[in-house]
Design a protein. Sequence first.
Length: 93
Amino acid sequence: MKTAFREKVFEVVRKIPRGECLTYREVARRAGSPRACRAVGNILATHKESGLPCHRVIRSDGTAGGYKGKISLSRVKADMLAKEGMKCIKGFS
C-alpha cells in the first residue's frame, strides 16, 4: 500500500548519508508527521524497497532497534552501522 506519508518516509531515509543515523522520531518529523515515529518503524519493518538504507534509522534512546521487522536482528543492524563508520550504537560498542 502506497501512501503519501510512506513515500515521504522513504524519501527521508534515502537521504541519510553513509555513516550517519536519524531517529524514528526525526524521520517522522522530516516526513511531516512529528508524532508518527511508531508508524515510521512499521513502515520500515515491512518495506520491500531494494536499497533503502533503513538500518540508518535508530531509536531515540540510542539503541539500534529492530531490523527487517525483528528485534533479534538489532545486532546485525548495529554491525552494518559500524561498517559504515558509526563509532558506537548504545548497547553495541
